[in-house]
Design a protein around this ligand. Structure first.
Ligand SMILES: [Ca+2]
Length: 248
């Protein structure tokens, strides 16, 4: 496991340059710079409980539509009937310490947070059993999580689900940081959408040696065996050794 600073560099690169590497609906879509979450919507499902969504044969692989949300951890309000949705990706905490989370949804909702970047390690930390008005965080007792210890710069998989039957509909997630900063909803500058790759690309073809006139430009070609596009660092002045003078 790389250290926190390494993660920070990887994530900066990912935010700027990474492409979504997985997921049938979002395959090859370019990830927006500046933070985002993947939002998936399943239409035509009745019921007001999250289980009505997760028991659908179309969940999770066949959403009706997907999009990236780039501003806040919040879905559009009062837009449809008989649908469910999931907003998910990775939280990158800007501080180390205890965070408290809230979820507000109409109708039922659930907030899952992993102990690392793996969805398999996600656990339920907050939920809405009935419904809440938009951005109302104290309508039900279960909306607030216990304090969760997070490390700065590490990615944590997060997933918020909501199921709307009829009437109003909304979904939003809030956190209070260790220093007391309250984002209600969470600002997505600290998030990456589900689907980005955290593994280093596999180099299939390494650059070949080349000869150039001193002061000239040398071009190198690298091929990866991985899906997606990646940043290659090392441009600029490269030490050349042994230097060999070419006489005319
Ligand atoms: Ca409703």
């Amino acid at each position: 496991m790389a250290g926190a600073r390494d993660w920070g560099r990887c994530l900066l690169t990912a935010a700027l340059l990474a492409w979504v590497a997985g997921g049938p609906a979002a395959s090859r879509a370019q990830v927006p710079a500046g933070g985002a979450l993947l939002r998936e919507v399943w239409e035509g499902i009745e019921g007001a409980s999250v289980s009505d969504l997760t028991s659908s044969p179309d969940y999770p692989d066949r959403p009706t539509s997907t999009n990236y949300v780039t501003d806040l951890f919040e879905s559009p309000t009062d837009v449809l009937e008989f649908y469910g949705q999931r907003m998910h990706g990775y939280l990158i905490p800007p501080q180390s310490g205890n965070y408290t989370f809230w979820i507000a949804t109409d109708d039922g909702g659930a907030l899952y947070l992993s102990t690392d970047e793996q969805p398999a390690n996600a656990r339920l930390i907050a939920a809405v059993g009935g419904w809440t008005p938009p951005r109302v965080w104290d309508w039900e007792a279960g909306q607030q999580s216990n304090p969760v210890r997070l490390e700065s710069g590490r990615p944590y998989y997060v997933s918020a689900l909501m199921k709307e039957h009829g009437g109003g509909d909304n979904l939003a997630v809030r956190w209070v940081m260790p220093d007391g900063t309250d984002q209600a909803p969470i600002v997505l500058t600290n998030c990456l959408p589900y689907g980005v790759s955290f593994s280093a690309p596999v180099i299939g073809q390494h650059p070949a040696s080349t000869n150039v006139v001193e002061g000239g430009v040398a071009q190198f070609r690298v091929q990866t065996q991985s899906v997606g596009s990646f940043a290659i660092n090392g441009s600029g002045t490269v030490p050349i050794w042994p230097a060999r003078r070419v006489s005319s």
